[in-house]
Write a protein that binds this ligand. Structure first.
Ligand code: 5GP
Ligand code: MN
Length: 335
């Protein structure tokens, strides 16, 4: 759905533009941001991608990563950009709180906010929004924004294609999830035609573990996994000590929750991590089990039906016990 279409004419002349995405960006957040960045630059705009945090090591090969501005590292320079920007793109989030430190900066910035996203329940803050909760990835929406909304498919070159391919590949679990429609595959085919090297991107993302990260995975599988067979549920809980033992950094826990879901018969999987500021949780499910509803109702979060997240200020054991105690409420889905 496209709202605020009349504002699109702003792009007819060179503008000052900032691209933002959610805190701790994943492959789709960074891929869609950098893909849009390259397209806007090609159209003659002055563009910067500003992040609220660092990003995982497995994305530290992406084209354009050296041009990223990380707000906490350069607050004065970033603030000036926000003061001057004509347009602020808000990608892969539809609630400003998901940008953490940037929330008030974006809210107070004088420029127009343009949101492109695929999450449910969007907040109403944007003067233009291109939104579809059925889209497999925000990168898919960036592709159709460029190709269909702006009628500029020919501009999609190798750089843009590489970024968008990364976003779609990571948000569909390498084209496995139910969201991977024929239309997604058609876009992927166009991205390959435009020069994305699928094999190279897979190599960068999936074959770039450090030895330490792989041993950390082994440790978690051995020590941190709990299976609750009566509710077809399995969870990992990782304490601060577990993280410290392996010097875990941003992104090292990415994908871990899927190992819990890969157990035969398991339909709901959780990952609870004791981060310094709070407990972060990730849920994944198959079928109708509503991860987003569970996160929204009980853990201050949200997301999609089969993949959602949230957080809590309580201690790890309390959060995990609370999660277990609510499983009977979802008996209809889980048993
Ligand atoms: P992950 O578990 O990989 O962090 O996130 C899975 C999905 O849930 C993503 O689509 C993400 O945007 C959403 N999500 C994760 N954490 C939060 C949160 O704290 N609040 C909300 N509203 N959504 C979240
Ligand atoms: Mn996404």
């Amino acid at each position: 759905m496209l709202k605020g279409e009349e504002n699109l004419q702003l792009l007819a002349k060179p503008k000052k533009i900032i691209v933002t995405t959610h805190h701790k960006p994943d492959g789709d957040a960074l891929g869609s941001s950098l893909g849009l960045y390259y397209w806007l630059k090609k159209k003659g705009h002055e563009v910067q991608v500003v992040l609220s945090s660092d990003f995982p090591d497995f994305l530290d090969w992406m084209p354009g990563r050296d041009s990223l501005i990380i707000y906490p590292e350069q607050p004065t320079q970033a603030q000036q950009l926000f003061d001057e920007a004509d347009i602020i793109f808000c990608l892969d989030y539809s609630a400003l709180s998901r940008t953490n430190l940037l929330e008030s900066v974006i809210r107070e910035a004088p420029g127009q906010k343009w949101m492109i996203d695929h999450h449910l329940d969007p907040e109403d803050f944007a003067s233009l929004s291109y939104w579809d909760s059925n889209a497999a990835a925000t990168a898919q929406l960036i592709y159709s924004f460029i190709a269909d909304v702006c009628q500029d498919k020919e501009a999609v070159d190798e750089l843009i294609a590489t970024c968008l391919y990364t976003g779609i590949m990571t948000d569909t679990g390498s084209f496995r999830f139910r969201s991977t429609t024929a239309a997604v595959h058609r876009i992927i085919a166009n991205l390959l035609d435009a020069g994305a090297k699928n094999w190279e991107i897979h190599e960068h993302i999936y074959n770039s573990s450090t030895e330490n990260r792989l041993r950390f995975l082994g440790y978690c599988l051995m020590n941190c996994l709990e299976v609750i067979p009566e509710y077809h549920t399995a969870i990992f809980s990782l304490s601060k000590e577990d993280l410290a033992k392996f010097k875990v950094s941003t992104g090292d826990t990415e994908g871990l929750v899927n190992y819990a879901l890969s157990i035969k018969g398991i339909r709901l999987a959780g990952l609870f991590v004791d981060r310094t500021e709070l407990i972060k949780l990730s849920l994944r499910s198959i079928g109708d089990i509503p991860c987003n509803e569970i996160c929204k109702t009980h853990f201050n979060g949200g997301g999609h039906l089969n993949a959602a997240g949230g957080n809590s200020n309580e201690d790890l054991a309390t959060v995990v016990n609370r999660f277990k105690s609510i499983l009977p409420d979802y008996k209809q889905y889980l048993t």
